[in-house]
Design a protein around this ligand. Structure first.
Ligand SMILES: [Zn+2]
Length: 202
């Protein structure tokens, strides 16, 4: 069928006109799956266990915090300008842009700021008894400055069972590893357990 072309205003031909190219042809997949035994027999593999070591400088603030945990103590730092006491400690006050002023030893007790009920491990393995990660505000620190740890000493495995025993604002205390097993890590505290019979913090 003939096309009717209405002549428009004349355009200058440009040298940079796009060039049409063909798309590459689609080829059928020709791969062949291997069984584990075939893979072990036919594919060259190398097994190598690298002996790699690395060091991590914890810095002054976290270094002293971890040393405290090994000794069964929780340390925090205070800024006199804003009046906050925080743990884990930090070298500088992020509100005042100045070094923290003093170290304080805090009690091994606190309250639950928030929590979750978790049925998978960090590497996605299913758990029958859930882990209950929680943000703990250590007593003596400024409200809403806490750290993440686990709640333990709970009975039952269902979400409902956890909810019956855990509430936001609930008092808890640290359960420590035996002193000889501590290594200067946050896991020197095994978990925080509910302080039963104590009222909720307002
Ligand atoms: Zn401050």
């Amino acid at each position: 069928m003939a096309r009717t072309v209405t002549p428009g205003p004349r355009r200058r031909p440009t040298t940079a006109s796009p060039r049409m190219i063909d798309a590459p042809p689609r080829l059928p997949m020709r791969g062949t799956g291997l069984s584990e035994a075939e893979f072990q027999k036919t594919v060259a593999t190398v097994e190598w266990v690298p002996a790699l070591e690395y060091g991590w400088d914890t810095g002054e603030a976290i270094g002293r915090f971890l040393a405290g945990l090994r000794a069964g103590k929780i340390y925090g730092v205070r800024c006199r300008r804003c009046g906050r006491t925080v743990t884990p400690p930090r070298a500088f006050c992020e509100l005042d842009f100045k070094p923290m002023d003093e170290w304080v030893e805090l009690p091994p007790t606190g309250t639950v700021n928030t929590f979750s009920v978790c049925y998978v491990t960090w590497d996605m393995k299913p758990l029958r008894k859930p882990q209950v990660p929680a943000v703990i505000e250590i007593d003596g620190t400024t409200p809403r400055v806490g750290f993440l740890h686990l709640l333990g000493g709970l009975r039952g495995t269902s979400v409902e069972a956890v909810h019956r025993q855990v509430q936001i604002g609930m008092p808890v205390r640290a359960v420590w590893k035996p002193a000889r097993e501590r290594s200067g890590a946050i896991t020197d505290i095994l978990y925080f357990e509910p302080v039963r019979g104590k009222g909720r913090k307002a």
